[in-house]
Design a protein. Structure first.
Length: 155
């Protein structure tokens, strides 16, 4: 059997499983990089940001009947659903991220960096509500992962 220290902190001891998971995670990262930094972006002249928690979310919910449904749905649920895989990949590749606080801290740190890059390069805005929604998505992924691991152990 081939031994590797690369995956010694992963949930599974199977190198093949961890390798396939790593490839899937890298594909996910490349897709997200494209979606967040290159796809259909308006390159504005100024900086756009929201640092008031729940301000954008509240506006989307309050004015949902006055805006395009696709924009509303994409901004609320898209920001959640697209980050569910973080809650799957991270805890399976590093056991320490099975802890919700550690996963949330990891997610918040990375999403804050991405939000700053979007704002500073004028390909988007910095919105603290995106960080909140993305973190909710990662935590939903973690819940899913815990359920699947529980079911798998029962078999």
């Amino acid at each position: 059997m081939i031994r590797s220290n690369v995956y010694k902190k992963a949930y599974s001891k199977s190198i093949l499983f961890n390798l396939m998971l790593t490839v899937a995670a890298l594909i996910y990262v490349f897709i997200m990089f494209h979606l967040l930094l290159y796809r259909d972006r308006f390159y504005g002249a100024g900086y756009s940001y929201n640092i008031v928690p729940l301000h954008t979310i509240k506006n989307y919910i309050y004015y949902r009947n006055h805006m395009n449904w696709n924009i509303w749905f994409t901004n609320i649920f898209g920001n959640i659903v697209l980050f569910i895989p973080i809650g799957i990949f991270a805890p399976l590749l590093r056991v320490k991220y099975r802890n919700p606080i550690r996963l949330a801290a990891f997610t918040i740190a990375w999403i804050a960096i991405i939000e700053l890059i979007q704002m500073l390069t004028h390909v988007g805005s910095f919105d603290v509500d995106d960080i909140i929604l993305n973190t909710v998505g990662a935590l939903l992924g973690l819940i899913f992962t815990h359920i699947m691991l529980f079911v798998y152990k029962k078999r």
